[in-house]
Design a protein around this ligand. Structure first.
Ligand SMILES: Nc1ncnc2c1ncn2[C@@H]1O[C@H](COP(=O)(O)OP(=O)(O)OP(=O)(O)O)[C@@H](O)[C@H]1O
Length: 944
């Protein structure tokens, strides 16, 4: 088997860098490129001929070759026609004489050269075997570790986020609504989920759709938090790509675009739907408004995309913001089979407190007390058959039952919502209100005005829009107030962009205070520039004046003063406003400043929020429902602000309704959500494992050894950091290593504080690349070392044989979830008996002595490897059986869930069930096909 770079059509080559591709066939060659098809996974690669990382595979007389039809031939003669070989020989199964063109050699072929290399005297130093073995073991351990996708995220470890990320990230094609309260970290949860899905091979192509204003923030968060470089797709980019053939959305795997862009460009929308996606993430999903017969365009766009996308994550802090029916419609996008009828959904919701009570005894309390009465309550939901055979003393069974109950009768595994009350460490919020006198100019117009938006924001009266800043006392109050807060950052929010613009203009005219304005009319680049201007500690703006929609989803927690220049009409918008500052990372109590006109509509609104709902100082989960119930009274009071009796009644009624709804929610929906969302009691093991991985010196020690072996210089710097640099002794290029060097740390805390430093973990792509450079290279495949053991005679020897069990399957089957490349090490003594022996510090052997030893031991080496192979094959069979069982139990669970649901719900499609059955079969075949091969061999000879 030789490596040359004279390519010809039909020849067979192996990839040196991606061993999982199997044997490829050359399908096109010209001066500049060579194209190769890898049938095992149905993909092609194109390389420059001179630098293609490929090894030519040819066979020699006497070799056994497997054909694509799975019969074998023993090669007797080889002919060459224009560079392509034909093997002539006898079929092993029936003795028939046959020709096999190399194009038809089985693409599952594995190159097994360690033995050949060893016997040919091509040996490396002992350390290469050690490093190769360590790389393979670490790759296997990480692929099967429950911290995969978590350890590499540059985030603080926050339990509720980890719980959601682990619950969702490990699912096949997850479809969920992430609805944590504002600022609890939904973006981070989504990042963790995407990261896990990509690293575990569950997803390859991800589309993120967000409001215009958040495109850049998402781009930065994905890169900074989880090393994922998304590409922004907008009109400009798509137009530039239009000249190239094909669908522009297929040119990248990780795409980020705005909802606005997809909604307003039917051609690009069509193309985005035609490109295959494994996962779609939609932020601020409350924009997807739906009502019977009148779905919004945004809703339709996402609904259509969700139909052709396997996994979907919808994110919103305020799921009910635009009505409960819209909320239901969004759940239907996620699981049309489960959420098929709104009346049924409402009926189910009414049962939530009974369901929560039924689940209560199953929860993981210290004392498990599932008595007869409790079983009766469960049966009312589950049906007798579901629990008749179940041993409820087992925690695993109880959890399974809880999942089934939530899935069939709650919002189940589709909705996650954490609230501040369940997450500790949030600062307090304080309302500071400032009564002002209403100017006469406003009063005159407002006497006959009925429109709530103008009553609440009189500056929007048409006659006032151009002059209001001259007469409105809120403007002077604002300027005075900013002067008093000198040195402090102040975020100011008003409902409309026009108000924000006029206010900032007045500020510019009347004071020298540095301010930025931020609203939906600005381009993304302008908005980001202004947000940065506000974020700068010195030289930056003291105040940022935002419109309602312009500031949605933004991170401004470096400020802790919020001015509400006016008040929004619905509680969810108020929560969105306060959530800009009251979010994870806020270090101070949040001061909410609210100027208002005495005895005006604003006064009613302020009192309603504060006295009725306490919505300034605490989050108000039932706010929208209360609003829906008292809307008429509230409107009436806004229109008649002097009617104190009506206002008193409004507030009393609001308090009563709120208290009632809150207690109902606490027993019903919220309780179920808490069971689902917080992960209390379940997540400590994962956190402990992440902590252990973070605190273990293993990675740092291993990487130091690995960098040293492959020739990368790791120089110690201050603050727990290192500088990595290329050296001349490097064996191969390390992808990602910048020419001028790069600063890294292995410490999470350092990484979260120093943003310019790369955070190295087992998840980091460069750590994986560095291991790949070793495992895809031939170094360390055949090694000789000298051991000094005086208790054994000189010349005594051992063969350390490192095998790998692996299989190939099409990418969408995600074979790595069930069987990543699995190392099996067998060490044998001169009699071919397996021994439990670990070698440290072996001496290298010079080439002359190596070849003498090999000649002397050749037949013993051959028989030793054969005996080790037999032992490895037995072990491999056991592992194979375990992998098949794990895969079957996993997919069978999913199949039974869908089957159960299909009994109560006819809209579950047969194809969905068939899909899982097919997957079961295809994975079963792939796992059964798994083969063990010799990856590396080290001959260790004793010498005194
Ligand atoms: N685990 C974490 N480690 C470090 N920072 C975090 C973590 N979780 C959240 N944050 C920070 O807290 C802020 C809020 O997080 P995020 O933007 O994900 O919240 P959200 O729920 O999406 O907010 P919104 O409801 O406003 O969209 C962000 O600045 C984020 O970077």
């Amino acid at each position: 088997m030789i490596q040359t770079h004279n390519f010809a059509l039909g020849q067979r080559w192996l990839s040196n860098t991606e061993s999982e591709l199997g044997l490829g066939t050359i399908i096109a060659v010209n001066n500049r490129t060579v194209e190769i098809l890898f049938p095992a996974i149905g993909e092609t690669r194109t390389y420059a001929p001179a630098s293609a990382p490929l090894t030519r595979i040819t066979f020699e007389i006497g070799d056994k070759v497997t054909s694509h039809e799975n019969w074998q031939l023993t090669v007797e003669k080889i002919t060459d026609s224009a560079g392509m070989l034909t093997y002539h020989g006898k079929r092993i199964d029936n003795g028939q004489l046959i020709d096999l063109k190399e194009t038809f050699v089985d693409h599952h072929f594995q190159l097994n050269q360690p033995q050949k290399r060893l016997l040919a005297g091509q040996v490396d130093e002992p350390k290469w075997f050690d490093i190769r073995e360590k790389c393979i073991r670490h790759q296997f351990q990480h692929a099967t570790s429950d911290v995969l996708g978590f350890v590499g995220a540059r985030v603080d470890i926050i339990p509720h986020q980890l719980h959601i990320a682990s619950e969702v990230g490990r699912r096949h094609a997850p479809r969920v609504l992430l609805a944590d309260e504002v600022g609890l970290g939904k973006t981070i949860e989504a990042a963790l989920i995407i990261h896990q899905q990509l690293l575990t091979g569950r997803a390859q192509r991800v589309l993120i759709v967000v409001p215009n204003s958040l495109v850049h923030q998402w781009l930065v968060e994905m890169l900074r938090r989880v090393n994922l470089a998304f590409s922004i797709f907008d009109e400009e980019r798509c137009q530039a790509m239009a000249e190239e053939a094909g669908n522009p959305f297929e040119a990248e795997q990780l795409v980020l675009c705005s909802l606005d862009f997809l909604t307003h460009n039917s051609r690009y929308f069509q193309q985005v739907c035609e490109a295959p996606w494994d996962l779609m993430v939609v932020d601020e999903a409350h924009h997807l408004v739906w009502s019977e017969g009148q779905p919004s365009q945004e809703y339709e766009v996402i609904e259509q995309l969700a139909k052709v996308t396997k996994g979907v994550l919808l994110l919103t802090a305020t799921p009910d913001q635009l009505g409960h029916e819209s909320h239901f419609a969004r759940l239907r996008i996620l699981d049309p089979a489960r959420f098929h009828s709104y009346p049924e959904f409402i009926h189910e919701e009414q049962q939530y407190s009974n369901l929560a009570n039924a689940i209560e005894p199953l929860l993981n309390h210290e004392k498990v007390d599932v008595d007869e009465k409790a079983i009766e309550a469960i049966q009312a939901f589950a049906g007798e058959d579901l629990i008749s055979d179940m041993d409820l003393a087992s925690e695993q069974n109880r959890n399974k039952l809880i999942h089934q109950l939530l899935d069939r009768h709650g919002t189940g595994r589709v909705l996650f919502r954490n609230s501040r009350s369940g997450v500790s460490g949030f600062p307090a919020r304080e309302l500071l209100s400032y009564p002002l006198q209403m100017p006469e100019e406003y009063e005159e117009f407002l006497e006959t005005e009925l429109e709530p938006s103008r009553l609440l924001s009189p500056e929007r009266i048409p006659e006032m829009v151009d002059i209001w800043t001259d007469i409105d006392p809120r403007v002077d109050w604002f300027i005075d107030h900013l002067q008093q807060l000198r040195g402090e950052k102040v975020l100011t929010i008003c409902a409309k962009a026009s108000t924000a613009l006029m206010l900032s203009e007045a500020l510019r005219r009347k004071s020298g205070i540095r301010a930025g304005v931020f609203h939906e009319g600005l381009s993304i680049v302008e908005r980001d520039r202004i947000a940065n201007y506000f974020a700068q500690s010195e030289e930056g703006a003291q105040v940022l004046i935002c419109s309602e929609i312009g500031s949605e989803g933004r991170n401004f927690q470096f400020a802790h003063h919020l001015v509400l220049f006016d008040l929004p009409q619905v509680p969810d918008l108020l929560e969105q406003r306060i959530g800009r500052l009251d979010r994870i990372g806020q270090k101070h109590d949040v001061k909410i400043h609210a100027p208002f006109f005495v005895n005006s509509a604003q006064h009613v609104m302020l009192d309603w929020y504060h006295d009725g709902l306490n919505a300034f100082e605490l989050t108000c989960p039932a706010g929208t429902s209360v609003y829906e119930e008292v809307e008429e009274m509230l409107l009436n009071s806004i229109q008649n602000p002097h009617d104190e009796i009506a206002k008193r009644k409004l507030i009393d009624d609001t308090q009563a309704i709120y208290a009632q709804l809150k207690s109902k929610l606490e027993q019903g929906r919220d309780k179920l959500l808490e069971i689902n969302s917080s992960g209390k009691g379940k997540i400590h093991q994962l956190i402990e494992n992440i902590d252990n991985s973070d605190n273990s010196p293993k990675l740092e020690r291993f990487m130091t050894q690995l960098f040293d072996t492959i020739g990368v210089l790791q120089e110690e710097k201050d603050d727990n950091c290192y500088l990595l640099k290329q050296t001349e002794s490097m064996h191969t290029q390390l992808p990602g290593l910048e020419e001028e060097g790069m600063t890294i740390t292995y410490e999470r805390q350092t990484a979260t504080q120093l943003e310019h430093v790369h955070f190295f973990s087992w998840d980091h792509p460069m750590v994986q690349h560095a291991m790949d450079t070793v495992t895809t290279d031939v170094h360390g495949k055949s090694v000789i070392g000298m051991n000094r053991d005086k208790s054994l005679p000189p010349g005594y020897f051992w063969l350390e044989c490192l095998f790998v069990l692996s299989t190939k399957a099409e990418k969408h089957l995600q074979i790595n979830r069930y069987m990543p490349a699995t190392p099996i090490k067998v060490t044998v003594d001169p009699k071919g008996q397996q021994v439990d022996k670990v070698f440290n510090m072996l001496d290298a052997v010079n080439p002359k002595m190596s070849s003498q030893l090999i000649s002397a031991l050749q037949s013993k080496i051959e028989s030793g490897i054969e005996q080790a192979s037999d032992i490895a094959a037995k072990l491999a069979n056991q592992i194979k059986t375990q992998c098949i069982e794990a895969m079957q139990s996993n997919l069978q669970d999913e199949l039974s869930r869908l089957h159960e649901l299909s009994l109560v719900n006819k809209s579950i499609r047969q194809e969905e069930l068939d899909f899982i059955r097919n997957q079961l079969e295809a994975l079963g075949n792939a796992l059964a096909r798994a083969e063990v091969h010799l990856e590396a061999v080290r001959l260790v000879v004793n010498n005194h």
